[in-house]
Design a protein around this ligand. Structure first.
Ligand code: SAH
Ligand code: SF4
Length: 386
């Protein structure tokens, strides 16, 4: 059985042709799936009967089973999806006044193994398919529209960040068609500035993304020197800072008004001293990369042995960057009461022996934060419309 969520519009057209149907019918079908959230071919009233009949029994439109759903008091919602063989991935919806952001996973586990990351500590299980990546958006968008009772034509999700579990650029061939579906006007119609790929620095794939699908790029920097970055982000030994920054510059060649977002996880006594902020200033100035800094307070988990920098330290570090002329902000921590904050996504790969009990965890009741979520979306859309 073929899952049609695996296909971007070109691939769907090829599939329709194989069934002996005209390519243009694929656009109609694609819109039913992604615009309207349909999963039943009978619902697709204006789709040729011949095509509907051929699809039944050959194809399905289906997301992975939801294992659990948790809602934070701040309106953040986290879903855990079962991707089989004891693995699961997490997806997080973060409502803000002016946007609704979905944080999407690209892999079950991650092979990069950053010291401060809970996903990295679990090791790598497998790449998600294109369908499993887009299913997170398909499910969340249509589920939220219904649940929050959004008026016809109003979207719940305005931004996607590939900042969930996994290193998206180590799953490149599945990632790019999923990104294209996010940008496609017949799909989710997101502008390329509202779709962000976050990477720990897979240099050759940054180069390819520039040519194939140049969405917004966030680079997880975390250290001003190779010695420290080698230790925190092991991939740095393969692609050191000079190469990484050169590829950032090259990425921006084609879109001079764009910038790279540098993410920097603030670790107590490790990378948070004023002297290190000054080293960062020099590094970035020498590279000439047009950028913004996003400081992320570290979200601790027991196995890391690391601590979050105190707030005063984060603010002092921020000031050094800002006084040096950089645009820098501190990321607000959202959803930490449900372990949905950056670097806390654990899925099921962490502890296989425990997988059974965790997989059967009862879903949390949602009513209270649902209204927080709905309010945030409505308030945001009113502002947008104003
Ligand atoms: N693999 C990609 C995207 C997923 S991680 C990457 O590394 O960029 C998304 C962001 O969360 C990255 O910037 C990562 O450095 C950050 N992060 C990971 N663990 C964290 C933690 N425990 N606390 C705060 N941020 C963390
Ligand atoms: Fe992988 Fe990103 Fe976590 Fe590093 S921070 S281990 S690259 S998910």
């Amino acid at each position: 059985m073929t899952n049609l969520l695996e296909f971007d519009r070109d691939a769907l057209a090829a599939f329709c042709e194989q069934l002996g149907e005209k390519r243009f019918r694929a656009t109609q079908l694609f819109r039913w799936i992604h615009h309207r959230g349909a999963s039943d071919f009978e619902q697709m009233s204006d789709l040729a009967r011949s095509l509907r009949d051929k699809l039944v029994g050959k194809a399905v439109i289906s997301a992975m089973p939801v294992v659990s759903e948790q809602a934070s008091s701040d309106g953040t919602i986290k879903w855990l999806f079962d991707v089989g063989a004891g693995n699961a991935v997490e997806t997080v919806f973060i409502p803000e006044t002016d946007r609704g952001t979905l944080c999407v996973s690209s892999q079950a586990g991650c092979a990069v193994g950053c010291r401060f990351c809970s996903t990295g500590h679990q090791g790598f299980s497998r790449n998600l398919t294109t369908g499993e990546i887009i299913a997170q958006l398909w499910f969340a968008e249509h589920h939220l529209r219904k649940r929050l009772n959004l008026p016809e034509g109003q979207r719940a999700i305005s931004n996607v960040v590939m900042m969930g579990m996994g290193e998206p650029l180590q799953n490149y061939s599945a990632l790019v068609p999923a990104l294209r579906m996010m940008l496609d006007d017949h799909g989710y119609g997101l502008s390329r500035r509202r779709v962000t790929v976050s990477t720990s620095g897979v240099v050759p794939m940054i180069e390819r993304l520039r040519d194939d699908c140049p969405v917004a790029l966030a680079v997880s920097l975390h250290a001003p020197t190779d010695a420290l970055r080698d230790d925190l982000v092991p991939l740095n030994r393969k692609y050191p800072l000079a190469e990484l920054l050169a590829s950032c510059n090259h990425y921006l060649d084609k879109a001079p008004r764009d910038f790279i977002t540098f993410e920097y996880c603030m670790l107590d006594g490790v990378n948070d001293r004023d002297a290190q902020a000054r080293e960062l200033l020099a590094l970035v100035a020498n590279s000439g990369v047009s950028c913004k800094f996003n400081l992320i307070p570290f979200n601790p988990f027991p196995e890391s042995g690391l601590k979050r920098s105190p707030e005063a330290r984060v603010n002092a570090f921020l000031r050094v960057l800002q006084d040096g002329g950089l645009v820098a902000t501190v990321r607000k921590t959202r959803g930490d009461d449900i372990d949905a904050a950056c670097g806390q996504l654990a899925g099921e790969v962490q502890d296989r022996t425990n997988a059974k009990t965790r997989m059967t965890r009862a879903p949390v009741r949602l009513h209270r934060s649902d209204s927080t979520t709905a309010q945030a979306i409505r308030a945001g859309r009113q502002e947008t419309n104003a």
